[in-house]
Write a protein that binds this ligand. Structure first.
Ligand code: SAH
Ligand code: SF4
Length: 449
């Protein structure tokens, strides 16, 4: 999400006449896009800004963007007086105006939003740097206020774009040569069409049916808003990837309650059963937090058993990290870091075991892979399956002296010959399907005589 925010910010700057340079030594303006979801992110930010201090004598300007900017606000000017612009993501639509003030020599410009705005940041000037995936933010902010989470305070109120505006952006992405589109949102499936035309599942299908689109992904889904028609849409529309990322956070209903997730273990498992009953083999992944205040050994054990019950394709597990402003930061019963670390190890070990067995279902099957890069040391192509698994493969009889190096963004059918805990290994079972490949956008220029 942050990487795509940067794509939009870069496009806005280019539109204002700025040119991008290779490194900070060459730059007149340095923008630092920050995240504060976990850890003492703000400390890292100030550490990094300190490094920039040595550059300030060269007349450079500095800006801090993103969640640390929103969270720390004007305190940033006190701690790092050489910074001139502090802007959270909910104010990016005002960047052109803020940049003009910066140019005019203003020293302290803030773009902060205390859950005020109803507007989204829509720009047609996104500078897309991902070589094969076109991102679209369909919903911004969050209204859910889970007890541990900083997002509702840093990214503002929940606000959706209209289906028409999303479809126009999708068409523009296809025109650039992208065949894979990914919808983004803190809770992507909480999207509600302000124009009332479409449900989230219908929007997925509408984009999946655009000519030229081969793959549609969406992340992150929230269990509260996960409806059955999303599974039905995936079943009915081959371009919708067979992958759902549905974070559970904990397997214990008591912990879920304390986290203010507003669902129970059983309620979550019911959604799992819908996905598992689909005709397609839909991969399921999740995020989990260990060591939330008050999490007992029994609660944690319920998370471990849930992982065994669901048989996830991947789990992203994190140690609970207290965040400023959130209710959890004041909760008693904090779990010692050694216990959190031990629980994280146990959970990751269990998940690894599950993946080792569960990935076996792909053996000898042919999966379509999108080429994302190359491992030249191993002579392998790095691809990604619709299920979002990494597949390292050789071109076999389709490569070599008379063969082809499939370009990034093309699709290759791959026969799986080996399964590893975190990836698949295989060999090309056909020639690449070389569709339009996105071209890197170059700045406009004019020749005058
Ligand atoms: N909106 C999504 C998640 C967005 S944040 C959802 O509700 O599922 C991405 C992930 O970061 C979360 O799923 C959670 O696992 C993790 N996370 C968020 N706040 C955290 C905290 N304070 N400590 C540890 N992990 C956290
Ligand atoms: Fe954070 Fe997700 Fe909860 Fe929103 S729904 S508060 S983004 S964890």
């Amino acid at each position: 999400m942050n990487a795509h925010d940067s794509e939009k910010v870069v496009g806005t700057l280019e539109r204002q006449g700025y040119a991008r340079v290779e490194d900070e030594a060459e730059a007149g303006l340095i923008l630092y896009n920050t995240c504060s979801i976990r850890d003492k992110a703000e400390q890292k930010v100030f550490h990094r800004l300190n490094e920039y201090k040595r550059l300030q004598g060269e007349g450079k300007k500095f800006a801090v963007l993103g969640c640390v900017a929103q969270q720390e606000g004007e305190k940033i000017f006190e701690k790092a007086p050489y910074v001139s612009l502090v802007a959270g993501s909910a104010s990016y639509r005002n960047l052109p105006e803020m940049l003009a003030r910066l140019e005019a020599g203003e020293q302290r410009i803030t773009g902060l939003d205390d859950r005020q705005t109803d507007l989204t940041f829509e720009t047609e000037f996104t500078s897309r740097s991902n070589p094969h995936r076109g991102y679209i933010t369909i919903i911004e902010g969050c209204d859910k206020f889970c007890a541990y989470c900083v997002v509702p305070y840093t990214r503002g109120k929940e606000r959706s774009r209209t289906s028409a505006s999303v479809l126009v952006e999708a068409r523009r992405i296809v025109d650039l040569g992208y065949t894979e589109i990914q919808f983004l949102g803190q809770n992507v499936n909480s999207w509600r069409d302000p124009s009332g035309r479409m449900s989230f599942a219908e929007l997925l299908v509408a984009v999946g049916e655009l000519p030229g689109v081969k793959r549609v992904r969406f992340t992150t889904s929230h269990p509260r808003d996960f409806t059955r028609d999303i599974v039905e849409a995936i079943d009915a529309t081959p371009t919708l990837c067979d992958h759902v990322h549905l974070p559970v956070q904990s397997g214990s209903t008591a912990v879920l309650k304390a986290m203010q997730r507003e669902y129970t273990r059983e309620w979550y498992l019911e959604r799992m059963s819908w996905i598992k009953a689909a005709k397609r083999d839909i991969s399921i992944t999740s995020d989990m937090i260990v060591g939330f205040p008050g999490e007992s050994d029994e609660d944690f054990e319920e998370t471990v058993t849930l992982v065994g019950e669901v048989k996830y394709d991947a789990v992203f597990a994190f140690k609970f990290s207290p965040r400023p402003n959130t209710p959890a930061v004041t909760m008693a019963d904090s779990i010692p870091d050694e216990v959190k670390a031990e629980r994280l190890r146990i959970l990751n070990d269990r998940q690894r075991e599950i993946q080792r067995e569960h990935y076996g279902r792909h053996l000898h099957k042919v999966v379509e892979c999108m080429v994302e890069g190359y491992n030249s040391a191993r002579g392998q192509v790095i691809g990604r399956s619709s299920q979002n698994k990494t597949v390292n493969f050789s071109m076999g009889e389709f490569g070599g002296e008379f063969g082809v190096q499939p370009p990034v963004g093309s699709y290759v059918p791959v026969k799986v010959t080996q399964t590893l805990p975190n990836s698949l290994v295989g060999e090309a079972a056909g020639l690449p399907d070389v569709l339009a490949i996105p071209v890197a956008r170059t700045p406009d220029f004019v020749v005058l005589n």
